[in-house]
Every structure is written in C-alpha cells, then in structure tokens.
Ligand binder design. Structure first.
Ligand code: OGA
Ligand code: NI
Length: 883
C-alpha cells in the first residue's frame, strides 16, 4: 500500500537546541484518504515547531533538517490542455451558413436519433427482461435481440453525420485478443464499438443511473468501477480477468486514458487493461476535421450534439492495430505493458504522450468551479505527480483548494502575504524561507504546481514523519499517545492567540475526531486509523497482552484430509481420528484440506469483503450492530468497550440451516445494505451453506474421535443456527501495541476460519503464543466453549487471538457453528463416567450467547465464568423458591 501521511505539511523547521521552543499548529484543509473514494476527509495537521527567537542555522533551506535538498524537481511549465476543444465557439461565415442550411436536416436527424434511441432502448429492455444470472455470459437469444439495438446505434451515428466510417485493419478474434483498448475523444467511439463489437466495458458507477445509457451498458455487462476506491479498482481488475479468461464473454473494451481528450495527444494510461496480462489489441480513432472539432472536452453534450447535427458530414477513422502481447512475467509488466501499448498508439496516431490523467481534469474542473479565469494553468500532470510523489488526485485537489483560497492572480500566482494568511503563519524570517523554498524561480510569487510539488516533496522526506511525531509528542504532555483537547488548546493558544475553538474542532482531523467524541465513543474509521502513528490509547493493550516482539514459533497444526476420511477408508479414518483427538485435547485446533468447498466461492467472498470494507464508514454503518445484538457491522466494538479495543472491523450475520430460512443471509444483506449488496449477499449465503455442511462432516470426525460414533454430533447440529463473521483488520502503524482480536475462546461450538494469505492468527499452547501459517487452501477448525461442554471438557476450547501488521490489511471469515436454539447443551452419556463426571451444568446456547452479549466480553474464561454465574443464579432461584 502506498505511503500515507496523516500528518502532512511542508512547514517544519530545524529543531531548536537549547531554547525553549513553542509550538505553532496550523489546522489545514482536509486531505481525503488517498485510498478511498469517499468524501470523508481526513484532516492534516500542519505542525510547525518553531524556535523562540527565530534563529536558524541554515540560511536558505528550512527543510534541511529532515534531509531535503536545496530544491525539488520541477518539470518545465507546460501550457498543453489535453481536454480543450478547439472550436468551442462557432466562428466564421462558412460555419454559420452551414448551420443555417443544415437546420432542416438537423431536425430530420434529431427525429431519427430519437426514434433509434427509443427502439434501441425497448429492444434492450426486452433483452434484459427477467435475466437474473448476470454474472454469466448473456444467453444467445438475448444477444440476438441486442442486434436491434446495435443497428440502432449505427443509425444514431448516421444521424450525427457519420454517414460512412473509414476502417483500417480488423478486430482480432476474441480468443486471441480478449481486450481491446482505444483512445477516447468523444461519446462517438463507445457507440461505434457497441455497434461493431458489442463488447463489455468498464465504466464509472455513475453511468448506471443515466437514462438509456444505463440500461444499454447493463446489457453490455458493464464492470463498474469507482476510480478512487482501491478495492473497487481491484474488484474491476478481477472482473476484467474473469471475463477475459472465458471465451463465452464478449471482448472487453477499455479506454485506458480514463477520460476523453481532444485527440491531439495521448494522456497517461490507467493499468486496468494491462494488469491481467492478456494480449491487447489497440485501436485508434481519429476525427479529421477542418471546421469543427468533434472532441468532447470543456463542452456540453447538448452543444456538441447540436454541432454534430448541423454538419454536412463528420469524418471518423478507426484503425485496428496489431496485437500487443504481454511479456512473460505478467504482473511486473503492467506499467511497462501499458507504456508499450501507449507508444504504439501514439506513433500510429502521430501524437505525443503526456503525463496528464483524469486527475488533471478534476483539478481543472475544481478551478473552474471556483471561478478561476484560466483554469488550465492548474493542471500539473497528475500521473507524473502521483508516481513521483505519491500524491493522489483527491489530495492534490485539497492542496488546490487551499491554494485557491490564497487568491491567485490571473496568471495563477500567489504572493507571500496571501500564503501567510491562508496557512496562518506569522510573518517572520522562517516563513520567508519556507516561501522562498517553494518559490523556485525566486520572483516572489508561487504557482500551484510549485506549491503542490514543494509540499509533496517535503512530505516524501523520510524524516518528515519522525519530525511530525516529535511535534506531536511535544503536544502530548502526559504521553498518552493522544492529545487531549485541552492540550491542543493550550498549545495553540500559546502559538496562535487568535485561533478560535470552532476553527479547531470543526475539522475532521483524525486526532480531533477522537477528541471531540467526549462521550468516549471512539469512531474506528480504518481509512483514517491505518495511517496513524499515534494510535489512540484505547487500542493499546497492556504489556503482558501485547504481541510478542519476536516472531512467535509456528504451530504446525495437524492437517486432516477430509475427503479421505469421508471415503471411509479404514486407515484414513483411523489416522484422522487419532490426529484430531490429540489436537483437540492439547489445544483445540486443526486444519482441514480436501474439504470440498469451492475455492472460487472463497475468492468471491473475499472480493465481496474488499468491496464492503472498502466503502466509506457511513455506508458500512447502514448495517451498524446494535448494543446487545450479535449481527451487524461493528467497528472495533467502540461503542461497547472503552479499552483494549481490537484493531478491526467486522460484519456478522445469522445463518440458519432451517429450510424455512433458506435465504436468510441473502435477505439480510438486501434489507440492511440495499440492492448493491444483492450479489454479495448471495455469495455469503452460499458460503454459509458450504460451511454448515462442512461443519456437519467435521462433526462426524469429532464424534468418531470421541468414540461416540459419526451420527451423534452430526445429528445434533443438523438444523444449526449459526453465525458468520467477516473480519477486516486494517494495517496498523503500531502493530506491536495492539491486537486485531484479543485472546479469547469462541463461546460457540465449532469455528471454521478461512484466513487470507497475510497471516496473523495465533494459538496459545504450551504456555506460549504460536502463529498459524496461512494456507488459503485449508480451513482452520477450532473447538469452541459450547463444544467443550458437549465433550464434557475432554476437548479444549481453543485459546486464540489475531495480531495485525503495518503493511497490509488482513481478512478472515469465521463460521461459528451453534446448535439450534432449543437444544440443550449436554454431553452424550458415553462421555460421562465416574472418573470424568459432569463438568458443566446443562444450558442452552441462547443463554450463553446472551451472557456474552450483555454481561461478559468473551475472553479466555468465558465458559468458567458463565457456568459459575448459572450455578449462582440457580441457587438464588432455589433460595427464592424455598424462601
Ligand atoms: C474470531 C477470531 C481470528 C482471526 O473472529 O473469533 O478469532 O484470525 N478470528 O481472524
Ligand atoms: Ni475467535
């Protein structure tokens, strides 16, 4: 994952040696989380440690102390606007005369356009009617119906004046080139390719709600992507891969530039088409013109359509180029692969390549929105900025917003006093130096590009974070790893006497989020927390619970080949039961392989989790778990407990094997999360069913290993009423202080856990924590408290926990098998004897569940405390009765 700086800003000066320093804290505009699509804005704090008296040893470079050089790289100024339409205004007599002459034709064209749209739309509606299984290729008859729409599409092009279209080359067979990439100039190419290839496309989710277009692209089995969400992008790439790999799907068409340009250059490519590593066929589209530029940049659709309707003819040329195959080593070459393809296309088009991206368009749009006279000058070549400085578009937009509030002049430049005003700096020699550092041309004014790159350059300095932490520590007087509102207030009042409290707490600063939640209900927002170096104290576990500083020893759990066990082969049954018996007496955990669960289903569930957990907090909170409930979304239990919080988010739901409730999971997702979660709900339903049947097979094994026969527990758990939990552990910058899940035994009967490739599960055995290496092909099975009671204490409820790491998020899926609500938890009589008398009283699972939800946080002693509580309660009841 890319580096992220939650404490960001360029303004750090040399640390003082002996003077008492005072602190200037500047609360800057929000910087949204770079990995999220969300509008949720994580704030940046601008910390500026300043020495009293302003003496500074280094005369010119205020950032030397964090390793910055005298100056930063600044590419030469470019005035290229890749999005500019060159005939925005109707100019010249010829053009006006043509428009007047063409007006009657335009009306006919408009009528043709409307008619084709209507017919095409109806045909598409019909083709989509009753089609549920949208994950699979469209059935033949529906595709045939779509031919009507395709012909309408060609007629629409005709109505736009594209009477004939010149083609060169041919589309390669789908089997050889599953992916086609094209440059993107207008809405004309998608219509053309729809007519010619009927491909699947990748488009932003916003298209779905567009009239006509939404329906038609749904018929193209569009892959939706939210370009600002990592998980959505990842999902899209997986979908591209999946569809490309199956010849029954149509070709995939991608516009790697990600937006339309004016066709006079090729902007930087996004990697989606190149990551899967399939051969791509580049196609280039040109619109040769003399009077009217058909490109769709800075011009409204209506105006562009009107202009198209009033041309005699519009020229379009499409050229299919030879295939570009990937190199051997797939993943590593995605960037390289895209560059090769892009240069092939650029030379065929005879245009230059630039480092602009859609981000530049967004900067442009923001500047226009904020009434800048010449918004083009705020484009920076975002693709280059992003790859060189790890600054994402959303962050750059926030820098832009700050910059624009400095009132740039018409040439887009800002003067020193405005810079001070907006950043709330005092006029002093240090501020001058900071400004001078950014002002590389030394003209007393800075451009947005200089401001952005200067800031980005400082943020990238490895020592920057350390310096920020130091500044934080200065604020954090009593070392709680968390600045109290009062402390910040004191520090700020000292430094900036005129800053009001409103200004302080109106911001969404990660630290302020914590501070402004005075009722202690800490909000665990992974998108913010995963980047924080000072994790809130609520997440810091006591020393004896903290993860081991050394990597713990690996516990080699016995691996049970379930398929062989179920085959009934005598040796296999014997081997498996012995291994399980030993493992469950010692620590209560083992692995199963050859379990019959489709690994693609697991993969799909992972994808769905990436999708869900990648969503903004407010969306996830639609499923917010209520206090006392076990279903729903919980971010770190933050509303239930106030200390030793786990570093995780979870989504839990009920599964029931009761036939009457056969779509309980699916319905839950639909009801709580809405239509967009229908598919994920289905996957979870199917996954839970797979787990339920797997658990019954494991129950046969457990029964055999305990000597009570295969049917005893299997039958007991038929009709089980279980719980599924999806765990998401964000990365944590202080993984050695916290735990993803604290030490606990699962109160349920049996847990079947699938962990991804990251690793983090630990099992307590032999007085030490041991790690359980990830094996995506296997499930980790562990005994829970209820089964411990069912086995009359012979089998151990497994004591386990999960640790987190600083680099990547981790996911795991846990299926907690539970008996049907009314079943009594009582061991079979074969397991009770004189040497081994009853260990636990009778109870029902709902009683234990309620106990853990309302009275007790599951930990290492749940069952013990629960049974004491039960016994106490029953003796109280008896006393009351007798009294
Ligand atoms: C749990 C659990 C461990 C893990 O959800 O109860 O113990 O590795 N999870 O996610
Ligand atoms: Ni657990």
């Amino acid at each position: 994952m890319a580096e992220h700086h939650s404490l960001s800003a360029p303004l750090l000066s040399a640390l003082p040696s002996d003077h008492k320093h005072h602190l200037v804290i500047n609360v800057q505009d929000p910087i949204p989380d770079q990995t999220e699509s969300t509008a949720l804005q994580s704030q940046s704090i601008l910390l500026h440690l300043q020495q009293n008296g302003e003496s500074n040893n280094n005369p010119s470079n205020p950032f030397e102390f964090i390793g910055a050089h005298e100056s930063f790289e600044l590419p030469s100024y470019s005035t290229i606007d890749p999005f500019r339409n060159h005939t925005l205004n109707i100019a010249g007599v010829y053009e006006w005369v043509k428009i007047v002459i063409c007006l009657p034709i335009a009306l006919v064209r408009l009528a043709l356009f409307g008619l084709c749209l209507a017919v095409g739309f109806m045909a598409t509606k019909l083709a989509l009617h009753g089609w549920k299984d949208k994950e699979n290729p469209m059935p033949k008859w529906r595709c045939r119906l779509m031919l009507v729409t395709r012909i309408c599409a060609r007629l629409i092009l005709f109505s736009f004046g594209y009477h004939w279209i010149k083609r060169r080359g041919k589309p390669a067979p789908r089997e050889i080139a599953p992916i086609v990439v094209s440059n993107h100039v207008s809405y004309i190419e998608p219509i053309f390719f729809f007519y010619e290839l009927f491909p699947t496309i990748v488009a932003s989710e916003s298209h779905d709600s567009m009239p006509f277009v939404g329906t038609i692209i749904r018929a193209m089995q569009v892959i939706y992507v939210d370009r600002f969400s990592r998980s959505s992008r990842k999902h899209a790439v997986n979908e591209i891969k999946r569809k490309a790999s199956c010849n029954r799907f149509p070709r995939l068409l991608l516009f790697p530039e990600g937006t339309t340009t004016n066709g006079r250059l090729l902007i930087s490519f996004q990697l989606g088409a190149f990551i899967p590593g399939y051969p791509v066929q580049p196609v280039i589209v040109r619109y040769p013109y003399v009077h009217f530029d058909q490109s769709w940049g800075h011009i409204t659709v209506a105006k562009l359509m009107l202009r198209m309707f009033t041309q005699f003819h519009n020229f379009m040329e499409v050229e299919y180029l030879p295939l570009v195959p990937p190199h051997e080593n797939r993943k590593e070459n995605a960037i390289h692969f895209s560059q090769r393809t892009s240069s092939v296309m650029a030379s065929a088009l005879n245009v230059v390549q630039t480092s602009h991206s859609y981000g530049d368009f967004m900067l442009f749009a923001k500047a226009s929105e904020l009434n800048q006279e010449n918004p083009t000058q705020f484009m920076v070549g975002m693709a280059w900025v992003e790859s060189s400085f790890h600054i994402k578009t959303l962050e750059a937009m926030d820098f832009l917003e700050t910059f624009l509030s400095m009132n740039p002049d018409p040439s887009g430049q800002v003067e020193f006093h405005d810079f001070l005003r907006v950043l709330r700096l005092k006029p002093c020699s240090l501020s001058e130096k900071i400004f001078g550092f950014i002002d590389v041309e030394k003209i007393g004014k800075i451009t947005f590009k200089q401001y952005l790159l200067g800031s980005a350059y400082i943020l990238k300095q490895p020592l920057f974070k350390q310096a920020s932490e130091l500044a934080f520590t200065e604020c954090d007087i009593d070392g709680k790893n968390c600045i109290l509102k009062q402390e910040l207030r004191d520090a700020v009042t000292l430094a900036i006497p005129n800053m009001s409290e409103d200004e302080l707490i109106s911001n969404h600063n990660p630290i302020l989020i914590i501070m402004s939640n005075e009722d202690n209900s800490l909000v665990f927002d992974a998108s913010v927390f995963q980047h924080q170096y000072n994790i809130p104290s609520q997440f810091i576990w006591p020393d004896h619970e903290k993860p081991c500083p050394e990597p713990p020893p690996v516990l080699n759990l016995p691996t049970i080949d379930l398929g062989s066990f179920l085959s009934g082969d005598v040796d296999s049954v014997w081997g498996a039961t012995c291994l399980v018996n030993q493992a469950c007496r010692e620590h209560g955990a083992f692995l199963v392989v050859n379990h019959g669960v489709d690994l693609e289903l697991v993969e799909e569930a992972h994808k769905g989790m990436d999708y869900f957990f990648g969503k903004p907090l407010d969306e996830k909170q639609r499923a917010q778990r209520k206090i006392g409930d076990y279903c729903g979304y919980a971010s770190s239990f933050a509303n239930r407990f106030s200390s030793q919080l786990p570093w995780k988010e979870t989504l839990s739901f009920r599964y029931s094997a009761d036939l009457q409730l056969s779509d309980i999971v699916e319905r839950y997702f639909l009801n709580v999360m809405g239509e967009n979660y229908r598919q994920f709900g289905r996957v979870c339903q199917e996954y839970s069913e797979a787990m339920s049947s797997l658990s019954l097979n494991i129950m046969e094994l457990l029964g055999m290993s305990l000597g009570v026969g295969p049917a005893c527990f299997r039958e007991y758990f038929e009709g089980n009423d279980s719980i599924m939990r999806l765990n998401y552990y964000p990365a944590c910058q202080k993984p050695d202080l916290t735990l993803g899940t604290g030490p606990h035994c699962d109160p349920t009967s049996l847990t079947i856990l699938h962990q991804d490739n990251v690793g983090g599960l630990e099992v307590f055995y032999d007085d030490k924590w041991h790690s359980v290496s990830p094996n995506p092909q296997a499930f980790v099975v562990n005994i829970g408290d209820t089964f411990m009671a069912l086995s009359n204490g012979i089998y151990k409820s497994c004591l386990h926990r999960a640790v987190v790491n600083s680099k990547v998020p981790r996911i795991s899926m846990a299926f907690f098998l539970c008996p049907k609500m009314d079943k009594m938890v009582r061991p079979p009589k074969e397991l009770v004897c004189e040497e081994n008398p009853r260990m636990y009283p009778d109870f029902t699972w709902p009683a234990l569940l309620e106990f853990t939800q309302k009275h007790y946080r599951a930990d290492t002693k749940t069952l013990e405390v629960f049974t004491n509580w039960l016994q106490q309660k029953s003796s109280q009841d008896t006393t009351t009765l007798n009294g």
